[in-house]
Write a protein that binds this ligand. Sequence first.
Ligand SMILES: C[S@@+](CC[C@H](N)C(=O)[O-])C[C@H]1O[C@@H](n2cnc3c(N)ncnc32)[C@H](O)[C@@H]1O
Length: 222
Amino acid sequence: MMEYVNKLFLGDCLSVMDDFILNNVKVNYVFTSPPYNRKRNDKYANFEDVNLNYYDFLCNVVNRCLVLADYLFLNIQHNYYNKADVFKLIGKYNENIIDVVIWEKRNPMPASGCSLTNSYEYIIILSKIKKIIHTNTTYMKNHITTSVYSNNPYSKIHRAVMNPDVASWFINTFTKEGDIVLDCFMGLGTTALACMQANRKFIGIENCSEYFEIAQNRIKGV
Ligand SMILES: C[S@@+](CC[C@H](N)C(=O)[O-])C[C@H]1O[C@@H](n2cnc3c(N)ncnc32)[C@H](O)[C@@H]1O
């Protein structure tokens, strides 16, 4: 087990997670943000955000995460292109959903014309074995507000990097020192960095070698 911990893995998360399952890897949490299938490349220089079978892809991800972890925190935003798949997913896993946190953006990109501006994302908390989730403090609302990550230093090549405040909020609210957190869509390493800062362990998976290299270097720099 220890050979998997505090490491990043380069590859498709479905096959890497299959390997983890075969090798009996267990983690306390998965905290992850999959690509949103925006069908246009306005976010990534090195990844094409087009998946013709997005619903099956998400189900394959969720199924594996629910085997590997006690809890899965799935950060996702519905948009014009993916909303049928996202809402179908919520229906399919309704019995595994413990709660939904709303992540509100203070300053989202305005929608064109008179359309509603998309100003929040979901963090869906799921489990196959647990019925409730505890927080580390009392009176923790299932709602957080941050700005969009406008000072992302990598915005020219990866505009979907998570605001580090959200990863830290998750770590501080739910996890304990020594817990292992898997992020199967690691991107530039935000979850791993938040884990390191708070003395938690991490495992990351990213399939794009350019992003993987950056994440490795960021982790080494801590
Ligand atoms: C929404 S971003 C995650 C960003 C990350 N939370 C961060 O803060 O940098 C999704 C990431 O998943 C990666 N990705 C897409 N398909 C993947 C797959 N099948 N396996 C592993 N990673 C994948 C993309 O390259 C992208 O970096």
